[in-house]
Design a protein around this ligand. Structure first.
Ligand code: ADP
Length: 265
């Protein structure tokens, strides 16, 4: 597992448009660039005031919404969402996208090895550049968390605890614009025109994995594979749980805590 985080990096910095180019990027041994970053293959420290932050929570539990609020208030933060990256690969019909789609459509987790590699590819250049990093959707298993621990010190973990029945209701109301990934919700963030994307006017669709049967499987996967991470990070003293149903109510508490944890930009 260590191999994935320590031996290879790509030069590619994350931007949505660059995702399809990712697999053509040359992979270079990390040792050859290590002097140009402050990252070490064995150390778990990272430089200056950079914080490495995770957001955990059930599927449909507001990770995306809270993340976007954090990004507005903390402009020195890069955001990596594994769900968004995977969906972009699916849209671009890359090899990875085709493989991942099978798992995602069925509400299953994409294999750990694939995810660890993917996160490495996207996060390497975000470490040591003076910015905080917010990882959303990773880790999702203890194995992924252990792999992350080999390279990085996790400073802050926001755990969102939203009641399951609210999630099931909300996911049924969630519609997206497939080409851009823009997300709407008919109960609290409706499009200007019913069923149409605000910017392009194109039809909205439901995420395939937002169908009720698949949602139940995703929630099961969360309970079995991901919820043990709460204890894992609690033991490290870096996790705080935020409970509630409305992100507007939860977020001010999250912000307060992030400031307390030393994030002030
Ligand atoms: P949600 O949290 O609402 O389930 P995401 O957008 O984070 O949605 O993820 C969508 C799907 O992508 C997941 O159901 C899973 O199939 C896959 N996925 C995302 N991140 C991971 C990960 N770290 N490990 C395994 N599978 C993942």
């Amino acid at each position: 597992m260590r191999r994935f985080f320590s031996r290879y990096v790509t030069r590619q910095k994350f931007t949505t448009g660059a995702i399809s180019k990712l697999k053509e990027q040359p992979r270079i041994p990390v040792d050859s660039i290590i002097s140009s970053t402050t990252r070490s293959t064995t150390s778990t420290t990272h430089p200056s005031n950079e914080k490495f932050m995770l957001i955990l929570g059930k599927p449909g539990g507001g990770k995306g919404t809270i993340s976007s609020k954090i990004l507005k208030d903390f402009p020195d933060m890069e955001h990596i969402s594994t769900g968004d990256i995977l969906r972009q690969h699916v849209r671009d019909e890359t090899e990875l996208g085709k493989e991942a789609k099978e798992y995602m459509d069925h509400g299953d987790l994409v294999p750990d090895e694939v995810m660890i590699r993917l996160v490495l590819d996207y996060s390497t250049n975000s470490i040591g550049n003076g910015k905080h990093l917010l990882l959303d959707g990773f880790p999702r298993t203890i194995k992924q968390a252990a792999a992350l621990d080999e390279s990085i010190n996790v400073d802050v973990v926001v755990d969102l605890n939203i009641p399951t029945e609210i999630i099931v209701e909300r996911i049924a109301d969630r519609w997206i614009h497939a080409a851009s990934g823009r997300v709407y919700n008919y109960s609290y963030n409706p499009p200007l025109n019913h069923g149409k994307d605000d910017e392009s006017g194109e039809d909205l669709v439901q995420r395939y994995d937002d169908k009720p049967k698949t949602v139940r499987k995703r929630l099961d996967a969360y309970d079995k594979a991901t919820s043990p991470l709460i204890q894992y990070y609690e033991k490290k003293g870096v996790l705080k749980t935020f409970s509630g149903t409305m992100s507007d109510k939860i977020y001010p508490e999250v912000k307060k805590w992030l400031n307390k944890m030393g994030m002030n930009r």
